[in-house]
Design a protein around this ligand. Sequence first.
Ligand code: EPU
Length: 353
Amino acid sequence: MSLRIEQHISLQPFNSLALPAYAEYFCSVTDKQQLLAALDYAREHQLEVTPLGGGSNLVLAGDLSGLVIYLNIKGFSYSVADDSVEVTFAAGESWHQGVLTTLQRGWYGLENLSLIPGNMGAAPIQNIGAYGVELADLFVSLRAVEIATGKTCEFDKAACQFAYRDSLFKNAARDRYIILDISLRLSTNPVVNISYPALQAAVAEAGLEADLSPEAVSQLVCQIRQTKLPDPAVTPNAGSFFKNPVIADSAVAELHNQYPEMPTYPQPQQLSKIPAAWLIDQCGFKGVRRGSLGVHKHQALVLVNYQTDGGGTGEQLLALAEELRDAVWQRFAIRLEIEPRVYGQAELADGSL
Ligand code: EPU
């Protein structure tokens, strides 16, 4: 099918925070040929390119100039080895649908990542993770098209430089590639991982310790997420709005003198991760509202757009984020870093605005 490029298209239905913003030029691509044609068009007309996936990890602070390319490439393929399978998902496949597909086929490993919003192609950019598992644990490789040349390149796991909510594609390769598909290695043996405390507690409460299947883990993860996290289809949000800060154990020890109950997750190299939700909660922001926007009442790390009075704007959301960052800085001397990508406004390297 030929490529259709439109002008002045509202991006409100394309971002899970439902923020109002327009794309100067917009097209939806359903295969690699269309993507290459869109990139040719952008090059010819000297348009900046913004790839758009599920729209669940971005903040639209203003209109986007240039060409927004909506990645609607679908499909998956697989090859089976002895006790594992390598599955390749096209970038436009929904993450959660993909998780369900693998479970239905008896391919295991993704169950802890159930119900994460967004599409397959975005998953490696921030190395999505939840309940003790992250994408990097299952990742084999990805294929991406270089925006400047249209060349297809392959990146293996090492090349992607995965870290906590981080990868090459947020750093040296930022804005240089569009991910086409991702390949994951899954197990055909039903092994489960319930190391994450909240998940372990849910397993115990359901009385499932003795005979725990990956399908049951997936269902429990869905239940936990549904209780704690707002459904973007009902209350627009972008999941965790800040990364959990990683600080030196020496600083943790000092904070523990004053806040012995502060939760910490030990990391390598004498570092610890502190839940940003706890820090924000301590500053009294859980459930706070600012106009149409607010801090979710069950999870202080999630900012929500209640869409009252016409809904909040990206600028208002970023103002609320700054208010939270200031409060946490004043009280704990910890700088929170915004997790979703901010578009339509200059972003500083330290995550501030
Ligand atoms: N907590 C509070 N107040 C709150 C919420 C949580 O004090 O309002 C405390 C909890 O009691 C707990 C700790 O904070 O001790 C951690 O809370 P939780 O298990 O809910 O996880 P999180 O650290 O807030 C991270 C991820 C989530 C992921 C969960 C589960 C980040 C930035 N967020 O949240 O990811 O689902 O762990 O693994 O790492 C996302 O990235 O969009 C996301 C939802």
